[in-house]
Write a protein that binds this ligand. Structure first.
Ligand SMILES: [Zn+2]
Length: 530
């Protein structure tokens, strides 16, 4: 006898954008086998879904959970929002490959983002094969910054032909091992050092494998439109699908530009460019503190950076650049209270949650000098939240029917290692915030369209044909939630709180959330390209 589950009496919103219908859903052997009315099977397990929405499991197209899944394989903060698939390895950062003798360099590089992770030498195939069992499915990417770091360290120059060939070979390895594509982080060194043909040449490798490109734009503030043009041109020249991740307009001088960006992307699509984007619905961004400084500061690595910060003329030059155009990539912020410490591994834990303005006032010091001092004190390892986005722009992207939802967050939990510090509330709240605050409370868009932005749309962008919809034959990734109560609980001050309102989550047909509680099941699979 096979285990059959019948989800009874809910409103099925199937992920295509179509209106919800009252129907039962039958699941067997990890697949959806039927959608209809009055299903009966006396041996089946029945999940009562009266008054609930039955939706495809949410695909979190933009995460950094590769930094936490080895420590939090239950994906607690995500599955409790209804997420059933996470895309990992974004923004140019992947934890593999770590070539012989270079694991320590990668550990130092990713330290501010993945302070608890152990880095060992590994090629991409072994990394993928040895990845721990997880609750949610995963789609894996390889990061351009990691490939560059492995090939030419933190050097600010174009690759020699042999170096470019080396990066291409590493990319081939990752794609052969099942990576869906390559991510870039063009605002962060050493990705920011790449210009000209380097990315297009790597794009040709992606094209040959029918793989995808995901980009953290070179600039999200004062030159964001030019950065979108760069991404569009990449798509035009390579023919590869481009996903612009965590789209935003950072910095006060750029607020109000969401509609212009949406139009820019629409025009590119009209010309035949395959390009999409996603957002997280918050006004604060998150990044290592050092990345808010001009990118030349990091050339040569952490020791070189700390050395430079000891020189008066370097500090004056940084101040002049920030006075002139605002923070690197984040633009002009209202004041130093817009920067809040998220986690500082080399500082007393009491600093987490405090703003740089607050710390400067306590020290009776100049806030700009305090920021630089803080980078030195924590050896460049601090991660911060930066309130640099306008709520009006956030709402414009939420309202748009095609901007997908990606948390840009890690799977974490209030307990254990990942329960430390004050992470961005998006780790816990992204999907519930859209469905609760923006759909139910503010009525910014229909729930069917919001669910499409979390399911059918990302599945299409990723080329995944058997997930992202409720219909027979699809993998049984299903989220059942109460549209009247779904809500985010996490806040900036108190982020470690699960979303509420998600009652049941099935992943590959296995119950992972039952009546709001995690079952401990780890049915997630590594998904493969078509
Ligand atoms: Zn990013």
């Amino acid at each position: 006898m096979t285990d059959e589950i019948i989800i009874h009496g809910g409103t099925v919103v199937d992920g295509s954008g179509a209106a919800g219908i009252r129907a039962d859903v039958a699941v067997r052997d990890g697949r959806i086998v039927a959608v209809g009315t009055d299903m009966a099977n006396s041996s089946a397990r029945v999940i009562e879904a009266d008054g609930r929405i039955v939706a495809p499991g949410f695909i979190d197209i933009k995460t950094h959970s590769d930094w936490t899944l080895p420590l939090m394989p239950q994906c607690e903060s995500k599955v409790r929002q209804g997420v059933t698939t996470e895309v990992i390895g974004h923004c140019g950062f992947s934890c593999a490959p770590a070539l012989p003798g270079k694991a320590e360099a990668l550990a130092e590089y990713l330290g501010p983002s993945a302070p608890w992770l152990t880095f060992v030498e590994t090629n991409y195939a072994d990394y993928a094969a040895n990845f721990p069992a997880t609750s949610a499915n995963r789609v894996m990417l390889v990061g351009h910054n990691t490939l560059r770091l492995m090939t030419m360290g933190m050097e600010d120059r174009a690759p020699e032909p042999a170096e470019l060939d080396h990066m291409k070979a590493l990319l081939e390895d990752a794609l052969a091992a099942g990576a869906f594509g390559m991510s870039s982080g063009l605002f962060t060194a050493p990705g920011s050092y790449s210009e000209g043909e380097e990315l297009v040449e790597l794009g040709a490798v992606l094209k040959r494998h029918d793989a995808l490109y995901f980009t953290h734009l070179r600039d999200e503030s004062n030159r964001v439109y030019e950065a979108v043009d760069e991404a569009t041109e990449f798509g035009e020249r390579t023919g590869v699908h481009v996903q612009i991740v965590h789209i935003k307009l950072s910095g006060m001088d750029n607020w109000g530009g969401a509609d212009k960006l949406i139009t820019q992307l629409r025009d590119a699509r009209a010309r035949g460019v395959k390009i999409d984007c996603d957002q997280y619905p918050y006004v604060a961004a998150s990044n290592p503190l050092k990345n808010l400084m001009p990118s030349w500061l990091q050339e040569g690595g952490v020791d070189a950076m700390l050395d430079r910060l000891g020189q008066r003329d370097v500090r004056d030059r940084i101040r002049a650049e920030i006075d002139d155009r605002g923070l690197n990539n984040f633009g002009r912020i209202p004041d130093w209270d817009a920067i809040r410490i998220s986690i500082s591994p080399n500082q007393p834990p009491g600093y987490a949650g405090r703003t740089m303005g607050d710390i400067a006032r306590e020290r009776g010091a100049d806030p700009f000098e305090t920021v630089l001092d803080y980078i030195v004190e924590d050896r460049g390892q601090s991660r911060v939240l930066v309130s640099s986005i306008s709520e009006d722009d956030v709402r414009a992207f939420v309202r748009d029917g095609d901007v997908m939802v990606g948390s840009d967050g890690n799977s974490v939990a209030p307990y254990g290692t990942t329960g430390q510090g004050k992470p961005h509330p998006r780790f816990y709240g992204t999907f519930a915030r859209i469905l609760g605050q923006y759909v139910r409370d503010e009525n910014l868009l229909p729930i069917e369209r919001a669910i499409w932005k979390m399911t059918g749309a990302p599945a299409r962008a990723l080329g995944i044909t058997d997930r992202g919809q409720i219909k027979p034959g699809m993998a049984a990734d299903i989220t059942i939630f109460d549209p009247d109560t779904i809500a985010e609980k996490a806040t900036y001050q108190d982020p470690h709180q699960y979303a509420v309102g998600v009652d049941h989550v099935l992943i590959n047909g296995q119950p992972v959330i039952v009546n709001g509680e995690h079952t401990g099941a780890l049915p997630g699979e590594m998904l493969r390209r078509r």
